[in-house]
Design a protein around this ligand. Sequence first.
Ligand SMILES: Nc1ncnc2c1ncn2[C@@H]1O[C@H](COP(=O)(O)OP(=O)(O)OP(=O)(O)O)[C@@H](O)[C@H]1O
Length: 292
Amino acid sequence: MNAVIKANGLKKRYGRTEALSGVDLEVQPGSIVGLIGPNGAGKTSALKAILGLTRFEGELEVMGQDPRRARQELMKDVCFIADVAVLPRWLKVRQALDFVEGIHPRFDRQRAEDFLDRTEIRRDRKVGQLSKGMITQLHLALIMAIDAKLLVLDEPTLGLDILYRKSFYENLLNDYFDGDRTILVTTHQVEEIEKILTHVMFIKAGKIVLNEEMESLPQRFSEVLVKPERADEARAMHPLHERELLGRHLFLFENEDHEKLSALGEIHSPGIADIFVAKMGQGRATAGEVQS
Ligand SMILES: Nc1ncnc2c1ncn2[C@@H]1O[C@H](COP(=O)(O)OP(=O)(O)OP(=O)(O)O)[C@@H](O)[C@H]1O
């Protein structure tokens, strides 16, 4: 199967800052990939390179094409939600539909109308009169009505409350994703999307430090709750991370024998937020929301 995105030694510099320092990755068709990293890790730079919005060094193919040379062509198959603030405040909802219908050959207006019918959004409202959540819904209605092969989302639910965030991902999964399409999403709200992802990538200081199928995470990472008297034994096995929980020690291991670990204490599979904290190595994030 041909990869939808393939990068080899992808580098991006802004003056002296190296935003991407040799990224290698492949995204297969039909996957929902979460690109997760702390602020400034290089997520937006990677997405911009993929969309042909910035110059870069190294090899990058998006649907078999170089985004530096074939941006126009690629945009027929790629959709992008960057920041919901891009829709002008004076634009009426009906005009937004007219506009996308006018410029995009694969826009199915009826589909967008049907989606909007399930929201509170009236067609005669101006974008400036809508709440942030409604603007995101409008954006989603426009994007989901375009028959694209790759959907790229950069922090799509930033600033939305939990109800809007949940319905955003539900809509995406139920109304948009069909197994042939591919979705690449960056977010800080790790726990909310972990259930919809097929693959996860962690990016740290311009480098991919984890690229794994969600299904394989429980094989690779284990968390063990250890009593204080056995904590040194656990430390000697070089855990990735250690934290205290109600007087016990919680150790996170990578690629360690499950039998050996279960001898130390209660063993279970960690969520992505905990794996993220462990991989970043600084314990800065709290579970559920990765922040710096
Ligand atoms: N236009 C720019 N000019 C100079 N430096 C930039 C520019 N855009 C990004 N950078 C730098 O490149 C690095 C990566 O930034 P990038 O926006 O890709 O990170 P990010 O992971 O998307 O961060 P965030 O989660 O905060 O959006 C950072 O050090 C940032 O300061």
